[in-house]
Design a protein around this ligand. Sequence first.
Ligand SMILES: Nc1ncnc2c1ncn2[C@@H]1O[C@H](COP(=O)(O)OP(=O)(O)OP(=O)(O)O)[C@@H](O)[C@H]1O
Length: 250
Amino acid sequence: MYIDLVRIGKNYCVGKHKSRNAISNLSLSISENEIVTVLGQSGCGKSTLLKIIAGIEKPDAGQAYFRGQPITGIAMERGYIYQDYSLFPWLTVRQNIGFGLRNKNIPKHQKKVLIEEYLEKFGLKGAEQLYPRQLSGGMKQRTAIARSFCLKPDLLLLDEPFSALDMMNRHKLQDELLEILKGEKITYVMVTHDIEEAIYLSDRIIVMTPSPGAIQAIIPVSMPRPRTRTSSEFLTMREEIADMFYSKSI
Ligand SMILES: Nc1ncnc2c1ncn2[C@@H]1O[C@H](COP(=O)(O)OP(=O)(O)OP(=O)(O)O)[C@@H](O)[C@H]1O
């Protein structure tokens, strides 16, 4: 498979001789070009799971593989977007988007074309010269995602990218993202708390349980896109996942 997690375990040290078991015996495979969301209560290990795939955290047990090779650290081909956007406050939108390209060995002209492409695709034309403090939450998030797309990663890992946005902005960005993903060869793995968001975007939903983090269910979503949030199929799935989610996690 494209991503393989095999019997992953992860403990964090939380003081002298004390550790917290964040993830236990978790196995999961993800296909190339799949859109996967990871859903679960706060603290169930979603971010840890993403960081292990990104190579930011190392598992204590088991092994994570990307294209059949063990993941041993971070790599440009696996982009990771933090919850807090991590924009550089002293750089403009254009400079933030182009930041990762500095060390890429491609002609200057091509870098400019890429930056233009993603300014356009993420609706940031006209805001190129603004600094992060001058942006709305949605614009910050667009900038952070555009910066990652610009690097043309094979895999993009996003930790609750839309959580700070109001509903209207979140829906808008979800639609834009799906449109952009249609034209890219990219595998997309995203953490969310929002069941509706997971159903709207995903090919598959991974539901996690806490203490320690483990997989409760893997739910394929076969509804054709664009999906209607008010369709009976959508609402039924939302209810089923909510039942599963709350019955186990409380
Ligand atoms: N660096 C760390 N040091 C110690 N404990 C940690 C660390 N990172 C995470 N943990 C613990 O591991 C568990 C899983 O954390 P993680 O951030 O992966 O959960 P999450 O599901 O992403 O949570 P949230 O939805 O609130 O972001 C939690 O109990 C958390 O306190």
